[in-house]
Design a protein around this ligand. Structure first.
Ligand code: SIN
Length: 322
C-alpha cells in the first residue's frame, strides 16, 4: 500500500490569504479575498496555489451577481459556454443554472443504486473536460443539499503498487449516455444533439502539480479499452467504489453567497439527491473553465471518439451562429 499522501497539513506561508483545511486530504476554506473588489496578482497566485493543493476551495459569503461571477471566473481561465450539452442562462452564456429541477437531473430515478451513482467529474465525455468549475450558491435549503468532492490523487495513492502499475497502462472510454431507443425526455434530446465520447488515460498527470490522479469519473467512464466487457465491468466497479471512499472526500454545507471552486483534473463530485425528499428550494449557478486534453503517465493524451472539444464561450457562440 502506498500510504503516504502528499497533501497532509497546509504548511505553506500565505501572506495575503488564510487557508483553513476542512479534511486531511481535500477541501479548504479561503478567507481574506473579496471577489467584488479587484484582486491583486500575488493574492491570485496564492489562491491558485491553494486550489491546486486542496483541489476544492470555498469562499464564504461572497454574494456575487452573475456579472461578478463571470469576472471572478475570468481571473482563473477562459469560461466555456454554461453547459455544452444542457445550455446556459439567456443573458449570461457563461453561466449554467443548477436549479433543483434541471434537465440534467431528469433521469435521476437511477440514482442511489450504488454508492458511486451520480459521482462525476464535469463533462469527461469531452476530449478536453473543463479544467475547473466555479459554483455559486444563491438559494440554499436550511439543511440538506450538501455537495461532496473526492480527491483522485489520494485515491491513486491509496491503491497498492501492483494495482497502480496495472491501471497506469489503461485507458477509459467516457460518454454521455441517453436512454436506449427513442429519446425519453429533454435530457436525452440534449445528449443526442451534442454527442460526445472520449478516451482518457486511467491515470493522469496533473499539469500543474505533477501529481498522479486516478481519473475515474463514475457517471461518464463506461468501459476500459482492451478488456473484455466482463473484465472491464469488474475492474470499473472496483475503481468506482475506491474513488468515493469517505476518507478521500469532503462534504460542504452551503450558505447563501458561498462559492466552491474545484479542480476538475483532480476531483469528482456528487450533487445532493436528498433535496428531492424535501420542499426546500435550491438554486446555484456554475461556470466552467476551458480545459486541455489529459496526459497519462507515459505521455499519451486523451483522444476524441465522437464530438467536438469544448471551447471558449465566444468560440462556441460563433460556431452556433455560423
Ligand atoms: C454540479 O454537479 O456541478 C452541481 C453540484 C451541486 O448541485 O451541488
Amino acid at each position: 500500500m502506498n500510504g503516504t499522501i502528499s497533501s497532509i497539513g497546509d504548511r505553506r506561508d500565505y501572506k495575503n490569504i488564510e487557508v483553513r483545511p476542512l479534511t486531511l486530504h481535500i477541501g479548504a476554506e479561503i478567507h481574506g479575498v473579496d471577489f467584488k473588489q479587484p484582486v491583486d496578482a500575488e493574492t491570485l497566485r496564492e489562491v491558485r496555489d491553494a486550489f491546486v493543493k486542496w483541489k476544492v476551495v470555498f469562499f464564504r459569503g461572497q454574494h456575487l451577481d452573475h456579472a461578478q461571477h463571470v469576472a471572478m471566473a475570468r481571473l482563473f481561465g477562459e469560461p466555456t459556454i454554461g453547459h455544452a450539452v444542457f445550455g446556459h442562462e439567456a443573458e449570461y452564456p457563461e453561466i449554467y443554472s443548477i436549479a433543483k429541477e434541471r434537465t440534467a437531473n431528469s433521469n435521476r430515478a437511477t440514482k442511489m443504486m450504488t454508492p458511486w451513482a451520480g459521482w462525476h467529474t464535469d463533462i469527461t465525455a469531452a476530449v478536453n473536460p473543463p479544467m475547473a468549475s466555479i459554483l455559486r450558491g444563491v438559494t440554499i435549503p436550511p439543511y440538506g443539499g450538501d455537495t461532496f468532492w473526492t480527491n483522485l490523487g489520494a485515491a491513486y495513492a491509496g491503491l497498492s503498487d501492483k494495482m497502480q502499475r496495472f491501471v497506469e497502462g489503461l485507458r477509459g472510454v467516457h460518454r454521455f449516455e441517453a436512454s436506449a431507443g427513442k429519446p425519453q425526455n429533454t435530457r436525452d434530446e440534449s445528449v443526442r444533439r451534442r454527442s460526445m465520447v472520449s478516451e482518457h488515460p486511467l491515470v493522469t498527470v496533473h499539469p500543474e502539480s505533477g501529481e498522479r490522479m486516478l481519473f475515474v469519473s463514475p457517471s461518464f467512464l463506461k468501459s476500459i479499452v482492451g478488456l473484455t466487457p466482463r473484465e472491464s465491468q469488474q475492474v470499473l466497479e472496483l475503481l468506482w467504489e475506491h474513488v468515493v471512499r469517505p476518507e478521500y472526500t469532503v462534504r460542504f454545507k452551503w450558505e447563501p453567497g458561498d462559492i466552491a471552486f474545484w479542480d476538475n483534473r483532480s476531483t469528482c463530485h456528487l450533487a445532493p439527491t436528498d433535496i428531492f425528499q424535501s420542499d426546500f428550494d435550491r438554486q446555484l449557478y456554475r461556470i466552467t473553465l476551458v480545459g486541455e486534453p489529459l496526459v497519462g503517465v507515459d505521455g499519451s493524451r486523451s483522444s476524441s471518439i465522437e464530438g467536438d472539444p469544448i471551447l471558449s464561450v465566444e468560440t462556441e457562440l460563433a460556431r452556433k451562429s455560423a
